[in-house]
Design a protein around this ligand. Structure first.
Ligand code: ZN
Length: 660
């Protein structure tokens, strides 16, 4: 008496990817509803079952679907938008501004559909996502018939779907409540990273994940810089820091873990955290080499991810698996490290465990969900076939297999790809819609890139603030008489400071763009020690607004903000046509002269050696006030013993220093 099932796969090389790497050269697998009910040798199983559908696999490999352990699916719509940049410039300069402008439920839905189509074609049956409007990611994913662990992003910055972190945390709670128990979707919470989430956010996310017993998805130790900053600010590396924030009370999926030490690996093992290794992304952004073989040997569940398409640039897991194996070998100088079998296990069984859904998927075992793929290994790039060593079959898939070798995909007992045709998504329609988005985003960036000021504003956290000031600057032979004059009775000193300043000016081909000044201000105390350092960014208008007699200038700076990024960041982001640097000692007084407030600066320009200058400045707000202050400034310069007829301006100094 034979047992009835829905689908019987025959004539397949079945790789179960179970703990023992059981495989059947002439294998067979039976599916009823959404589950695998039998797997084994064809000769035995064929007798045992009658099926509604018998699928002759024609000698292809039948194996568990691949698990993309870390991605930002909807970012396929940003594929190829900005490449060959450092992580900070790429993220803060391009991704985040474009996301703030474009990411909407509609964007996320289309992006997720495109990503699902691409992933299904390449044999992915399950993925872990972290993005915005995750509710819409979930709907699109469930409609496409894919399995996924989906994390609603929480971070301290305003994001496309939340102005404050409390809002995104509330959205995460609602999302989890709405999707918990779904047959394909496992909802989760995704605090973006320790450097974008203060301790209270990390704690709140961990509590939320524990409350609903769902995974917590986070980026950990992606770059050396991140770890260095963490050590400087908190005196410890990233893993102990997040542990202190009670992150590991939750079921953690940690993406990257590129720069972690042995102790941190131990901590991850102790807390049963999963790790997502992203070889292409780490290579492309030059983040470094994750200690993958160490992590695997320590017993960590390390999966493989593509990361978002903007930093990869595709979602091809075959490429990732191959790279994972290759990188581990070259990184340890040992070709025996991370053999093909282990690499493929990372993309299946270990990946499922890393996502904390190992009980559902990741292997072809009785009781698991029917998430499986058929791979043709009889193509030109993958023949002949050797059978002597059991590792041969894994090597064939890992080292010579292509994503396009995947012919059929079943998820949760349902076909999503049949003879390389998608059954749940309209590929042609999706391609058309993607083209519409790329045109809109292109137009937005082209407009932004035309103006230095709008580029500056785009990197966020900053508002446009116009300020006007009159200024006059003269060359100085001797400083002592001026300092003496400042201390005379007619001048009331309100404030005195000593600075060491390093200015970098960025100039552009079109002078109408104005210039950007990056200033590092070291405040020097009475003992000649640096008391504190301040970094500021100023956008200087191209033209002097107005000139008054004796070279008194009315200048305009349209933007002034603390420089939160490095000089290197701004250089790579603005791509100036030329750069000028000036180093100077500045003595600065804020004074009242005949009832009017002025700043008096005595600058000794040390690099290039341009000598000493006296500068008198005052903020102004109206034309009448500017006229009045320009006369006063000339008077003050005279009072200090200098000749206003010898005035020069900053522009002149900058030019002089470039010619040096
Ligand atoms: Zn990522």
């Amino acid at each position: 008496m034979s047992e009835s099932v829905d689908t019987l796969f025959t004539n397949a090389i079945v790789l179960t990817m179970d703990e023992k790497f059981t495989y059947y050269e002439h294998g067979c697998l039976a599916v009823r509803d959404d589950c695998i009910v039998a797997v084994g040798a064809e000769a035995e199983l064929k007798e045992q079952f009658t099926a509604k559908e018998v699928v002759d696999c024609q000698g292809k490999v039948l194996m568990p679907g691949l698990i993309n352990a870390h991605t930002h699916a909807a970012m396929v719509l940003l594929r190829g938008l900005a490449d060959d940049l450092r992580l900070d410039v790429w993220l803060m300069g391009y991704m985040m501004p474009v996301e703030r402008e474009f990411v909407s439920p509609e964007f996320v839905r289309l992006g997720t559909q495109l990503a699902c189509a691409e992933m299904i074609h390449s044999g992915v049956t399950c993925f872990a996502d972290m993005y915005y409007f995750e509710e819409h990611v979930a709907r699109a994913t469930a409609e496409a018939g894919m399995r996924a662990v989906l994390g609603q992003t929480v971070l301290k910055f305003p994001s496309p779907d939340a102005a404050y972190y409390e809002e995104s945390l509330a959205a995460a709670r609602q999302f989890i409540q709405g999707w918990k128990g779904h047959h394909l979707i496992v909802p989760s919470v995704a605090p973006h990273a320790p450097y974008t989430c203060p301790p209270e956010i990390l704690k709140a996310c961990s509590e939320l994940a524990v409350e609903f017993d769902v995974p917590l998805h986070i980026h950990i130790s992606e770059t050396a810089q991140e770890v260095e900053n963490m050590r400087n600010e908190n005196g410890m590396p990233v893993v102990p820091y997040v542990k202190k924030q009670r992150l590991f009370e939750a079921k953690v999926l940690a993406a990257h873990c590129v720069h972690i030490d042995d102790g941190e690996i131990k901590t991850l093992v102790n807390h049963k955290a999963g790790v997502a290794h992203n070889p292409s992304s780490n290579l492309k952004l030059a983040s470094g080499f994750a200690p993958v073989s160490k992590m695997i040997n320590a017993g960590l569940n390390v999966g493989i991810g593509t990361d978002g398409a903007a930093s990869n640039n595709d979602l091809d897991m075959f490429e990732e698996i191959r790279l994972a194996a290759f990188i581990a070998k070259v990184h340890t100088n040992d070709p025996t490290v991370l053999p093909a079998q282990t690499a493929l296990a990372m993309a299946t069984r270990l990946g499922a465990k890393a996502l904390h859904i190992g009980h559902l998927t990741g292997t072809l075992e009785v009781g698991k969900r029917a998430d499986l793929i058929m791979v043709d290994i009889n193509r030109l790039h993958n023949v002949p076939r050797f059978r002597r060593d059991p590792n041969n079959i894994y090597a064939q898939i890992v080292y010579a297999g292509h994503a396009s070798d995947v012919s059929d995909v079943m998820i949760n007992g349902k076909w999503v790809l049949r003879n390389q045709q998608l059954t749940t998504l309209d590929e042609a329609a999706l391609l058309k819609q993607a083209a519409v988005y790329s045109e809109r985003i292109d137009a937005f960036l082209i407009e932004r890139e035309q103006s230095v000021l709008s580029k500056l504003i785009a990197i966020g956290g900053a508002t446009e603030a116009e300020s006007f000031e009159i200024q006059i600057k003269v060359r100085l032979q001797e400083r002592a008489p001026v300092i003496e004059a400042i201390h005379r009775a007619q001048i009331e000193i309100l404030h005195y400071r000593h600075y060491h300043e390093f200015d970098t000016y960025f100039s552009f081909d079109d002078p109408a763009q104005g210039r950007i000044r990056y200033r590092e201000d070291e405040l020097i105390d009475n003992n000649d020690k640096v008391q504190n350092v301040r970094y500021r960014l100023t956008h200087l208008g191209e033209e002097r607004e107005r000139r008054y007699p004796s070279e008194v200038l009315l200048s305009r700076s349209r933007f002034l903000a603390p420089a939160v990024h490095s000089l290197r960041f701004y250089r790579e982001y603005f791509k100036p046509a030329s750069e000028t640097t000036i180093e100077k000692e500045r003595l600065r007084w804020r004074v009242l002269f005949q009832g009017t407030e002025f700043f008096i600066n005595i600058d000794n320009i040390t690099s290039p050696q341009l000598g000493s200058y006296l500068e008198v400045k005052s903020r102004t707000w109206s034309r009448l006030d500017a006229e009045h202050k320009s006369h006063m400034a000339v008077e003050l310069i005279r009072y200090l013993g200098a000749d206003p007829e010898n005035a020069v301006d900053q522009e002149y100094l900058a030019l002089q220093s470039t010619s040096d």
